[in-house]
Design a protein around this ligand. Structure first.
Ligand code: FPP
Length: 277
């Protein structure tokens, strides 16, 4: 594993585990074999996340759109998802991993919900890697659920609508303490985000790799972290060390602003990063 400067490490890596079906197709195997191999890859990547000392790893295990798949495939994903959590929980616990579930109970099998909640309960006191299993998860659904909960608070008089801000919305997401995604990773060469952690990924760095998920190893994870570590994150600010705006241009632009606008701009720019755009 590369010897990263801690400061350069992503705090939160989100992974769209894509390509299980294609991996199976290429081998003339049923899609379920691709999912089995995908589960093995997930276990390996969690080991990699532990080695890299990541704080958060979020995985897209079953999306709100995955119900469109054949009944047989959905049954298989429910059953194998539940069973892998049951069989894995002891090892995760030994490794100080805290399991989280993000998603809607909705149409999920009760035994799947029970197993996810059990994993959360058993590992609740752990302080190492936070492993989020996104099961029956959709980014838009998450925002809808957050809006509903805020609307209830407004209707009950607990929240003043004028006080709704980004922080309040973040506090109403499935896992309020989840930090923003730093590195968003997708396998299988597809260049889409597919409704995954939309709010949380607003400032994420994206890495798309060609490997199909079952072929993805911890070395691929380390290489993505390497790419991330080499990027310059600015959050809408300017590159440090770049040549400043010419004085004459600054002064001519400033002439167009009212005294109040000048004062407000100066107050904002005195706090670097206070206005993200
Ligand atoms: C995407 O490949 C993969 C999935 C939809 C499921 C991935 C899930 C796991 C590996 C773990 C399951 C765990 C739980 C708890 C449910 P794809 O089938 O979309 O591949 P394709 O695009 O090649 O068809």
């Amino acid at each position: 594993m590369p010897n990263w400067d801690r400061e350069k490490l992503p705090r939160h890596v989100a992974v769209v585990m894509d390509g299980n079906g294609r991996w199976a197709n290429q081998r003339g195997l049923p899609r379920t074999e691709g999912h089995k191999a995908g589960i093995d890859a997930l276990v390996e990547v969690v080991d990699g996340a532990l080695e890299a000392d990541l704080e958060w790893l979020s995985t897209y295990a079953f999306s709100t759109e995955n119900w469109k798949r054949s009944t047989g495939e959905v049954f298989f994903l429910m059953k194998s998802g539940r069973d892998v959590m049951r069989d894995w929980i002891g090892k995760l616990n030994e490794n100080n991993v805290r399991v989280r579930w993000a998603g809607r109970p909705g149409r999920l099998w009760k035994s799947v919900v029970d197993q996810l909640k059990e994993a959360e309960r058993v590992t609740a006191g752990n302080t190492g890697l936070n492993l989020t299993m996104c099961v029956n998860y959709g980014g838009r659904a998450e925002l809808v659920d957050a809006m509903r909960s805020i609307a209830k608070d407004v209707a009950a008089g607990r929240v003043n609508p004028d006080k709704i801000d980004e922080e309040l919305i973040a506090r109403n997401l499935y896992i309020p303490e989840m930090p923003d995604v730093d590195l968003f990773l997708r396998t299988s060469g597809e260049l889409r985000t597919s409704n995954f952690l939309m709010w949380e990924s607003a400032y994420a760095e994206y890495v798309f790799v060609d490997e199909l998920w079952p072929d993805f190893t911890k070395e691929h994870l380390f290489s993505a972290i390497d790419q991330y570590a080499g990027r310059d994150r600015r959050y809408g600010g300017a590159l440090e060390g770049a040549v400043e705006v010419a004085t004459v241009e600054r002064d001519s632009a400033a002439n167009e602003a009212t005294p109040t606008e000048l004062e407000a701009t100066a107050a904002i720019t005195l706090v670097p990063g206070s206005e993200q755009n």
